[in-house]
Design a protein around this ligand. Structure first.
Ligand code: ADP
Length: 601
């Protein structure tokens, strides 16, 4: 409390006011008393003046007017002075001293001393001349004594024109000074007592104010729980109640704001699209994680920096600048290079509401993958059409030739019909492969994932292919561990994988070659199946593409051998569907190894 400035201000101000009030009141009371004393003395002096007048009239009546009367005047003045104790002065019409009870050697016409007396009382004498009576009080500066002058006009006892009575009030100033000192002492004591009471009152005001201040400080530092405790039912109590209500409102609004902000940040953070908000000077206000990933920055670090510094994409800056200038949304699709890779971006720039436009929000959608998929799809459609068209054209050509008469040509009709059958088979394989691929990709094929004995699948597959291998004098071998090994896969799917790989191996291996199917435990709980051949091999530049649909190293040869160009794509998708993967190593002219890894059961 003692450190509160408000407390000291209230205390000192009230004590000072009290002291000043007391002093002013005391000074007024003292002045009143002083005046009362002067008034009492003045009343007495009026009596003295009346006495002097009656003495003069009586003396004139006894002696008669003339010089004799003039000579008796000093004696009259002395008598009157003796009787009253006051100084008595008689003046003539010209204000010359005719007699003075103090200065008796008055010369005719008055000397300097007498003149001084006349001068001193001049105010009272002048009033007496005009109105019949005059009173004047003066303080002698030298002795500090108050002197009272009373003068009265004399009409009957000429040559005396004015009677002047002078009385000193020697104790008056002392009494005034004594009262003043006592007043100061009393005022000091009263002020002290008053200050003690004022301190108590000041506390009543300061405490609630301090409580309000503490609560306001707490709010300023983010603590919305601290209340202002004021129990009084006066204006301060009302203020505290209003304050507490405001605190609750503010607190709940801030919580709502915070939650809203968090929600917004979460939504923006979880977006796949990049979001960058900039102000009217193109300085970054906010950027989400996706935008950071897109342009390689850490979002909080770039806030406040110019967009130009952060994103070096000219078209984006143009769109932002024109959105800011026109306050209209802008949309564009642009290309940009990232780590030597061309990427496509769909940019939507939306101005923030306000006039002038306070900034814009830029939403960036990386459409590279979308575009790639679109081009894959159109390539696929083109490839499928082409693949379907080729056998169909052959079938149509042979059919037309047969219709045109070759049907009756015993030399050609059968070979033509066989060709038609071959092309129909090709169409059939193609459609089957396409359907299989589509089912795997759309994840519609209900795989029955369970432990499958790898040796059994490989064994039955090799049994199927053995006649073909023997036809080409290809040695077909199976190399596996003696203990049974199970893979987690769909039995039909696994069979398709092995069939496709063995089929290719036999297809692309010339006469007297060797095809080996090996299996065993792979790394990290996987089962590894390898199909190795001593065939034509695959050129290094084609290796990354062999799993693409319709990719063939040698199109004519593949077709001739009845390939659809979809076998390896099916293998890859199946392996992935079972949680595994497929790989290839090859050397042209020496052979190829395809290896499939699937989770072990
Ligand atoms: P295809 O039906 O043409 O065999 P695949 O998808 O099975 O289609 O194979 C794609 C291409 O990969 C083949 O056309 C061929 O050029 C090459 N290829 C696949 N397996 C082998 C292999 N064992 N040896 C050499 N080339 C292969």
């Amino acid at each position: 409390m003692l450190r509160s400035r408000l407390f000291w201000k209230l205390l000192l101000a009230s004590a000072a006011l009290n002291a000043v009030g007391l002093l002013v009141l005391g000074a007024w009371v003292i002045a009143q008393q002083r005046q009362q004393e002067i008034d009492a003395a003045a009343a007495e002096l009026r009596g003295v003046l009346r006495l002097c007048q009656s003495l003069l009239i009586r003396e004139q009546a006894a002696i008669g007017p003339g010089d004799a009367f003039r000579e008796t005047l000093p004696a009259v003045a002395s008598d009157a002075s003796e009787a009253t104790g006051d100084r008595v002065v008689f003046l003539d019409v010209a204000e010359r001293v005719l007699a003075d009870s103090v200065i008796t050697q008055a010369a005719d016409g008055g000397g300097p001393a007498l003149e001084r007396v006349a001068l001193v009382a001049r105010g009272a004498v002048a009033d007496a001349r005009v109105s019949g009576f005059g009173l004047e009080s003066r303080r002698t500066t030298a002795a500090g004594v108050t002197v009272l002058h009373a003068a009265e006009r004399v009409d009957e006892a000429l040559p005396v024109s004015v009677v002047c009575v002078i009385r000193e009030l020697p104790q008056l100033e002392e009494r005034v000074a004594d009262k003043r000192n006592r007043l100061i002492a009393v005022a000091a004591m009263v002020t002290l007592g008053f200050a003690a009471a004022a301190a108590g009152l000041a506390q009543l005001v300061v405490r609630p104010v301090q409580s309000l201040r503490d609560a306001a400080d707490a709010i300023a530092s983010g603590d919305y729980k601290k209340r202002a405790y004021v129990s009084s039912d006066d204006e301060l109590g009302d203020l505290a109640r209003s304050f507490n209500k405001m605190r609750e409102e503010l607190g709940s609004q801030l919580t709502e704001l915070r939650e809203g902000g968090q929600r917004q940040t979460t939504v923006l953070g979880g977006m796949i699209e990049g979001v960058i908000a900039v102000d009217d000077r193109e300085r970054v206000l906010f950027a989400n994680t996706a935008a950071g990933r897109l342009f390689g920055f850490i979002p909080p670090q770039i806030e406040g920096r110019p967009l130009l510094e952060v994103v070096r994409l000219h078209t984006l800056h143009e769109a932002v600048a024109s959105a800011l200038a026109s306050a209209r949304p802008q949309r564009l699709e642009t290309e940009w290079e990232e780590a030597a890779e061309r990427r496509m971006l769909l940019v939507q720039v939306t101005p923030l509401p306000g006039d002038p436009c306070p900034g814009v929000v830029t939403v960036l959608h990386d459409t590279t993958e979308l575009r790639r998929l679109e081009s894959l799809r159109s390539d696929f459609v083109a490839n499928v059409s082409h693949e379907l068209k080729t056998p169909l054209s052959s079938i149509k050509a042979y059919t037309e030739t047969l219709i045109d008469g070759a049907v009756n040509d015993p030399e050609h009709n059968m070979p033509f019909l066989r060709r038609i059958e071959e092309q129909a088979d090709r169409l059939n394989y193609l459609i089957q492969d396409l359907l299989a691929l589509a089912r795997i990709e759309s994840e519609q094929q209900p795989f029955e994932i369970r432990p499958v004995a790898v040796a059994d699948v490989i064994g039955s597959c090799l049994a199927d292919y053995r006649p073909r291998a023997e036809g080409k004098q290809i040695e077909l071998v199976a190399e596996g561990p003696p203990q049974p090994l199970h893979a987690k896969a769909d039995a039909e799917g696994l069979r398709l994988i092995v069939n496709n790989l063995v089929d290719n191996a036999i297809k692309y291996t010339s006469i007297s070659g060797r095809v080996a199917v090996r299996w065993g435990a792979g790394e990290a709980g996987m089962v590894k199946i390898e199909v190795e051949d001593t065939g034509i091999g695959i050129p290094a530049e084609s290796l990354p593409r062999v799993f693409e649909r319709f990719f063939r190293v040698d199109k004519a040869r593949s077709r001739e051998l009845g390939g659809t160009g979809l076998g390896l794509a099916i293998v890859k998708h199946l392996a992935q569907a079972f949680g595994g993967h497929v790989d290839v190593t090859s050397e042209v002219g020496k052979g190829t190894v395809f290896s499939v890894e699937l989770p072990a059961a």
